[in-house]
Design a protein around this ligand. Structure first.
Ligand code: 13P
Length: 233
């Protein structure tokens, strides 16, 4: 299983150091990918937890003030990068084109993109889920060949589920995963959105899920261990 931990904009330097020590104590058979804030990336030191970033510049090194390039991430030991998280699509107005460019920059630098896709509650109510996901998936892989496409990890994160404690029904998740896997048969697909130690017994019955992208739970090593114990039982 792939377990990606999205710290989002949390943990200052001191807090991260303490947190990281706790994280290294975690016992698991899964592949842990930690995505800290950019400032905390340099504080991670162990091979036990793989390193990811939460974002990347759409451009190469150069005159792009405030941006961090894929080359720089690679040089700092980053092996994975979240791209197109719904929080960035919404608050930073990231476009389909931005996301496509970021994926290309990452692949050029041998960093695995974790592409986030997901619908709003309104879109779900209006039965537009597949349409929305289809547009997000197709725009993301524009110009990529089959081999490049297969390297992407897809993370299905229903926007209405992120940080709300609500998750879709198992049938709803299964339907979406079948849809994604039909289009992306070679890709790993993760579920994200309020996954936690309380609902993992239910979620893990869906064998189609290749792993999880965790937000809130990523910040709580004790509960994360509980989640992993249940998942791997
Ligand atoms: P929560 O697990 O806090 O719902 O966040 C999910 C997420 O957005 C991970 O990228």
């Amino acid at each position: 299983m792939i377990i990606a931990l999205n710290n989002k904009s949390n943990l200052n330097r001191k807090e991260f150091k303490e947190y990281y020590k706790e994280l290294l104590k975690i016992k698991t058979k899964s592949k842990l990918i930690l995505c800290p804030t950019f400032l905390n990336i340099g504080l991670a030191y162990s091979d036990k937890v793989l390193l990811g970033s939460q974002n990347v510049s759409r451009d190469k090194d150069g005159a792009f003030t405030g941006e961090i390039s894929a080359e720089q991430l690679k040089n700092s030991g980053v092996k994975y990068s979240i791209v197109g998280h719904s929080e960035r699509r919404e608050y930073q107005r990231e476009s389909f084109e931005d996301i496509n460019k970021k994926i290309k920059r990452l692949l050029d630098n041998n960093i695995v993109p974790i592409l986030c896709i997901g619908e709003t509650l309104e879109e779900r109510k209006e039965d537009q889920v597949k349409e929305v996901l289809n547009a997000e998936l197709l725009s993301a892989i524009k110009g990529l060949d089959a081999k490049e496409k297969s390297k992407i990890i897809v993370a299905y994160e229903p926007i209405w589920s992120i940080g709300t404690g609500k998750i879709p029904t198992l049938e709803e998740i299964e339907e979406v995963f079948n849809f994604i896997k039909k289009k992306f048969p070679k890709n790993k697909v993760l579920y994200g959105g309020s996954a936690n130690e309380k609902n993992i017994d239910e979620l893990k019955t869906l064998k189609i899920i290749d792993g999880y992208l965790l937000g809130g739970l990523s910040l709580k090593p004790k509960e994360l261990q509980e989640f992993l114990n249940k998942l791997e039982k």
